[in-house]
Design a protein around this ligand. Structure first.
Ligand SMILES: NC(=O)C1=CN([C@@H]2O[C@H](COP(=O)(O)OP(=O)(O)OC[C@H]3O[C@@H](n4cnc5c(N)ncnc54)[C@H](O)[C@@H]3O)[C@@H](O)[C@H]2O)[C@@H](O)CC1
Ligand SMILES: Nc1ncnc2c1ncn2[C@@H]1O[C@H](COP(=O)(O)OP(=O)(O)O)[C@@H](O)[C@H]1O
Ligand SMILES: [K+]
Length: 499
């Protein structure tokens, strides 16, 4: 499902209004969707609407009137003077036939539900003064909160908290999700997210051409590889994982097994000779080859069937690792660079980016976590609150010429062409040692099958997150690969692929 920035959403509103639907009709639908959600959340008891001065407050007035019409006990607390409301919000307030309460935290009382209609997409500065105090009081009240469009205080486009934010149990947003419903910290304030249809036609997206999507199967359905009846293992690609030295071979084995499970027809572990015995003893379907240096690695890659590589897990931070990376890039192999392969270029990544950009048709994915990201992209600041994770990853993809995947609970994947996905399906117990190694292997498994980098990374991240949910709490990295077949089966069912 496409995700719209607040600017793109404004455009969707404007295009719809220009096509003949009055803005107030959109507000009526929005308010009614909020009322519907409120009825579902609490079957009885009083409801308090906290309304701001903009259209978010307008939605709140419509919801209040609708709930009152359905016999619910409702009160409205308004941030400003009622006569100072303008436009559609003023119109919506006219539909509320009762008094409004002054903007005083005491007025909240102890209702069954609070509807937060203070700020939505129009929040444009940090929250201070009375609204700040009210947000604190809403959060301290202990009553479930239904947020209109966004929890007040959350920046819709970046997901940042602007001073303070309402903690909602549920958020009703309109037409499409906004980045803040997926990116942290915003997502944590939203609770469950409901997307309501308010009469905006999907065709407006043809004009807006959004570049961001939630990382869901529909985003890559048509890139998902399915083994062919007349296929054979070489038709499914051959992935190579570079192993670390004797003391750190486990990470590469995790990646290798994951690549095989993800569907690569064959997987070879390129192992230092002195670690051969340990690797061979721990592997069965994955093959092992002795590779001590970049020259031997280049010889191995002389076999063109070996079409995708993983370098980084357990590889060691060194010039040797850099040389392996350059060897794979010169050999034009699809490539996942993770962990030590990224850190080996810390502070001086330009040669790496040049080599990536010089290659043609080669699919390269960089998979940093938040610690590794600044080592390659120090000036694409981690800290600026105005710069979202989406923007940072997009800038990194453009800079490097590779698909960049920045890990976390809200993993963002961006392509140099501007497309991006945000994942929200990974459970917190996925944060466990070795999980990242498995992810790099899964992605390489899809690259080996001929999937392009952006889609391979998106498929990999989604399946990785689903595998963690499938395995459940108590997960260790080894489990992820073992539950992948169950995730494949669900996906085959969803896509209607016979097996
Ligand atoms: N036609 C439309 O555009 C529609 C808009 N809708 C609603 O309209 C909302 C956006 O409405 P608006 O653009 O009026 O914006 P908001 O209602 O989110 O807030 C804007 C108002 O808050 C003030 N403000 C912003 N930050 C502040 C801060 N930190 N402290 C104090 N005041 C602050 C602004 O000066 C402005 O007066 C959406 O979130 C959605 O709920 C829906 O009704 C659907 C249709
Ligand atoms: N809070 C979280 N919720 C869900 N997934 C998370 C969370 N924190 C990290 N992850 C995921 O866990 C994995 C950890 O990978 P990484 O940091 O590379 O660990 P390692 O190097 O130990 O394998 C990544 O896929 C990341 O997206
Ligand atoms: K709100």
């Amino acid at each position: 499902m496409d995700v719209l920035t607040t600017t793109e959403m404004e455009r969707a509103d404007r295009l719809t209004i220009a096509a003949g639907t009055p803005g107030f009709a959109l507000m009526m639908s929005a308010g009614q969707a909020v009322a519907e959600a409120a009825m579902d959340l609490v079957e009885e008891g009083p409801i308090v609407v906290v309304a701001g001065r903009g259209n978010n407050g307008g939605d709140g007035f419509v919801a209040a009137a609708e709930l009152a019409a359905r016999g619910r006990e409702v009160s409205v607390i308004l941030l400003c003077e009622r006569d100072s409301l303008q436009g559609d919000a003023a119109l919506a307030a006219k539909g509320w036939k009762y008094p409004v309460l002054p903007f005083n935290p005491q007025a909240l009382g102890k209702p069954a539900l609070i509807i937060d209609a203070l700020f939505g997409a129009g929040l444009n500065r940090p929250v201070k003064g009375d609204p700040l105090e009210m947000i604190g009081a809403i959060n301290a009240n202990g009553t479930p909160v239904l947020a209109v469009d966004l929890p007040s205080g959350i920046n819709g486009t970046t997901g940042a908290v602007m001073g303070a934010a309402v903690q909602a149990a549920e958020t009703v947003t309109f037409f499409r999700k906004k980045p803040a419903h997926l990116l942290l910290p915003g997502r944590m304030y939203c609770g469950r997210v409901r997307v309501a249809d308010i009469g905006i036609a999907a065709q407006v997206l043809d004009e807006i051409k959004p570049l961001t999507a939630e990382n869901l199967p529909e985003a890559w359905r048509w890139s998902f590889p399915v083994p062919r009846i007349d296929g054979h293992k070489y038709a499914r690609g051959h992935a190579v994982v570079v192993s670390g030295d004797l003391a750190s071979t486990g990470a590469a084995r995790l990646a290798a097994r994951a690549a095989l499970r993800a569907g690569a027809g064959l997987v070879t572990l390129a192992s230092p000779r002195d670690a051969l015995a340990v690797n061979a003893a721990a592997l069965t379907a994955v093959m092992v080859r002795a590779v001590d240096n970049p020259i031997q690695f280049a010889e191995l890659l002389g076999d063109k069937r070996l079409n995708a590589c993983v370098i980084g897990p357990g590889a060691g931070v060194s010039a040797r690792t850099r040389d392996f990376v350059h060897t794979a890039l010169s050999a034009q192999r699809h490539l996942v660079l993770d962990a030590d392969a990224l850190t080996s270029f810390a502070g001086a990544p330009d040669r790496l980016f040049e080599a990536i950009k010089a290659s043609d048709g080669q699919q390269v994915v960089l998979t940093p976590h938040e610690g590794e990201f600044p080592r390659l992209f120090s000036d694409i600041s981690n800290k600026h609150p105005g710069r979202s994770k989406l923007e940072r990853v997009r800038a990194a993809a453009e800079r490097s010429g590779a698909v960049v995947l920045l890990k976390g609970a809200d993993t963002v994947i961006a392509s140099p062409d501007g497309r991006a996905t945000v994942a929200a399906n990974a459970p917190p117990w996925l944060a466990t040692a070795g999980a990242g190694d498995v992810l790099s292997g899964i992605i390489a498994g899809f690259l080996a099958q001929g999937v392009a980098a952006f889609e391979a990374a998106s498929i990999g991240v989604w399946m990785h997150g689903e595998s963690a949910s499938e395995a459940g709490p108590g997960l260790i990295a080894e489990d992820l690969t073992e539950v992948l077949p169950a995730v494949f089966r669900r996906l085959y069912d969803e896509f209607g692929i016979e097996y």
